[in-house]
Design a binder for this molecule. Structure first.
Ligand code: GDP
Length: 460
């Protein structure tokens, strides 16, 4: 079937030195050639670049460079062309118009990548990683998306899937020979494989916490009594590490968040709007509001003025905020003007909250004392989420598919132990395969059939 030719501007909106228009489809080269003054593009070799002009009838629109990529070694596996023009949005639009007039159509959102997937050049999870790569705003999320693009998670899962597929084939074969009551699929080996898959799935699922931290940043709440030094600390952190963050399409943020990048990791400072206002009007946050903030946080930085004499309110506050999965760093602030030892406070807090693993730091936001230490404990937290997994799950869809796979695999295990009918076992197995295949977007049933035919040649 003929693949229609799509075109779109591939570069960002707005003025740039260059803009790129991309075409993909059977007639990509032919259509471009119709509007190109220069070499005959239909005669040029693949993966070559050509100088010339784009014309609308007799009128030249722009001086361009045209790259020609012939199927199948292209991103979409189809004939593809890239036109580099002088980066005015107006010129881009004019060139698009003339391409549309000559037989191309506007690409839908993500259609180039979708074609790459439909044509089997990449799998679903790789297609998703391209979107992640484009959206990556820090070193960590870039790295993890790139790894995914190279096929990370699919490789891991397809090995397990292939093994499982063999069993499905055998179990389905048993169904074909139902009357003869034969058992092709060794149930002990199947259980061993299921255990292996279960472990792998669990560990991939576990890596999501880390993946999520890399991709979306770690949520940090800075809390403490009025005048404890929260806004001074915030400003000190922002001054050094503030990130340039664009609006990420599709995300709604209910609170204003500042983002800082430390060693390539993003930290989202939750709801710091109040802190950025002038300190004349000191924001009095009650326990309720503080709890609301810390509930959203992965890390709590709780500040106590080191000159305090009575910290009973802080202890009461901490008691209501602390939770097992909230990494907490308690900072005694303004240490530049304070020489009093804070050790007794530490002991008191530990004793009264019953939490022995709290971290304590003595800082001065004004004089930059121990701020590096504080930043280290933030990055250390991200590091501590790392699992032994080589591949890190960052995608919610993969996470959910993995959870469903795990449930399905458990159901197969139950089916084996309970020695239920082969039909049901085959059904549960197919379920598990399907969920595992959801990640890469494979079509399970065809595959099962294909596997049976290729291995056993039934019906030949
Ligand atoms: P917030 O109410 O918790 O946000 O506290 P602020 O950051 O507004 O600080 C309250 C007061 O303490 C201000 O006058 C700050 O200048 C002062 N302050 C904050 N941090 C430090 C510090 O590290 N050293 C000194 N000497 N003063 C500080």
């Amino acid at each position: 079937m003929k693949q229609d030719t799509i075109c779109a501007i591939a570069t960002a909106n707005g003025m740039g030195a260059l803009g790129i228009i991309r075409l993909s489809g059977d007639d990509a080269v032919e259509i471009t050639n119709r509007v190109f003054e220069g070499k005959n593009l239909e005669k040029v070799k693949s993966h070559t670049v050509h100088y010339g002009f784009i014309k609308d009838g007799s009128e030249s629109i722009d001086e361009v460079m045209v790259s020609v990529f012939l199927a199948p070694k292209t991103f979409t596996t189809e004939n593809s062309v890239e036109i580099s023009y002088h980066g005015s949005p107006f010129i881009g639009k004019k060139i698009l118009e003339v391409l549309l007039k000559n037989g191309a159509r506007m690409a839908k959102a993500g259609e180039f990548t979708m074609r790459a997937f439909m044509n089997g050049r990449i799998d679903l999870s790789q297609a998703e990683s391209i979107a992640d790569l484009i959206a990556s705003e820090n070193e960590a999320s870039r790295k993890v998306a790139l790894k995914q693009l190279k096929g990370g998670i699919t490789d891991e899962i397809s090995i397990l899937r292939t093994d499982l597929l063999n069993f499905v084939s055998l179990v389905e074969l048993e169904l074909d020979f139902a009357e003869e009551d034969v058992e092709f699929a060794d149930r002990t080996a199947l259980t061993a494989l299921l255990n292996k898959i279960e472990l792998k799935l669990k560990s991939l699922i576990e890596s999501f916490t880390y993946g999520n931290a890399l991709k979306n940043g770690v949520a940090v709440a800075i809390l403490g009594k009025p005048n404890a030094g929260k806004s001074t600390l915030l400003n000190a952190l922002l001054k050094e590490e503030r990130a340039i963050v664009s609006d990420i399409a599709g995300t709604t943020r209910d609170t204003i968040e500042e983002v800082i990048h430390i060693k390539g990791n993003a930290f989202r400072l939750i709801d710091t709007a109040g802190l950025r206002e002038t300190t004349d009007e000191i924001e009095k946050i009650g326990v309720e509001k503080a709890k609301e903030k810390s509930d959203k946080a992965d890390i709590l930085i709780y500040l106590i003025d080191a000159a305090s004499t009575d910290i009973s309110e802080d202890i009461a506050m901490l008691k209501s905020l602390l939770r097992d999965d909230l990494e907490t760093v308690i900072c005694f602030t303004k240490m530049d003007k304070n020489s009093a030892a804070t050790h007794s406070f530490e002991e008191k807090i530990k004793a009264e909250t019953g939490q022995q693993s709290l971290k304590f730091l003595e800082i001065s936001a004004k004089e930059n004392v121990n701020l590096d230490e504080l930043k280290n404990s933030l990055t250390h937290f991200v590091e501590s989420l790392k699992t032994d997994e080589n591949v890190v799950i960052t995608n919610q869809r993969h996470f959910e598919a993995l959870q469903k796979s795990l449930q399905a695999v458990k159901a197969v295990e139950d089916a084996v132990t309970e020695k239920i009918t082969t039909e049901l076992l085959a059904y549960e197995l197919r379920n598990a395969l399907e969920y595992l295949g959801e990640i890469s977007g494979e079509f399970t049933n065809d595959e099962v059939l294909g596997n049976i035919f290729s291995k056993f040649c039934i019906g030949k």
